[in-house]
Design a protein around this ligand. Sequence first.
Ligand code: GLP
Length: 245
Amino acid sequence: MRTFVRKTVEEVAEVAAEHVVQLIRAHPEMVLGVATGSSPLPLYAALSRRAAAGEVSFADVTAVALDEYLGLPPEHPETYRNVLRREVGERLGIQPSQIVVPDGATSDPDAAAAELERSLSHLGGVDLQILGVGTNGHIGFNEPGSALDSRTRPVVLSGRTRAANARFFGGDVTLVPSRAITQGIGTILAARRLLVVATGAAKAGAVAAAIRGPITAECPASSVRLHPDVTIVLDEAAAALLRVG
Ligand code: GLP
């Protein structure tokens, strides 16, 4: 596990972007696992600047989502399909057909989850998975208590996660879906490389638990320590509690 701590969010984005760029240069047709949430947005912005400068091309990259809300109408701007089309597809130049997302509008969530697993197998797995960390230590939508070998499945979101995500729904927690489809922890750990990005003081507790605490289902992010190729990039605020003890 490699851990980088940088002063600012921008520096974190640059370190993480360099990691992604190096890999895409080596594997232009790579499968890139993409997270939503606010943590990776500066990374996507940094990658888009580098793509615009001609330093890297995402034309042959396939992006795969970690998760998707269940029950939002397809045109809703906060479906992860639409978020990823805007933040990853349009910025980096990845066609919508090259962005694989579980079907959150389905009437059969189990089948949609199984379909994502099939897509992952068909693609040959994820080469690099970008991950954020929830304030409660979740990765994807694997809430505390998710089995470390879990696969892609429908899940119920915790009140804390819905409250944290209410900012994307005009601050109204009642508008945040209560269910989602997420890649399981076992699915995430099957990626060839993991790149974890966490910034801000609100993540300090989860980051410390993930890196210093026991590897446990109670902190899904701690599971990344089971992976042989993990890069963690933090700002000083998110790393604050690592120094203690
Ligand atoms: C969301 C997403 C996760 C994300 C996490 C952290 O609920 N499902 O994939 O990593 O929560 O979000 P943020 O980066 O906005 O704090």
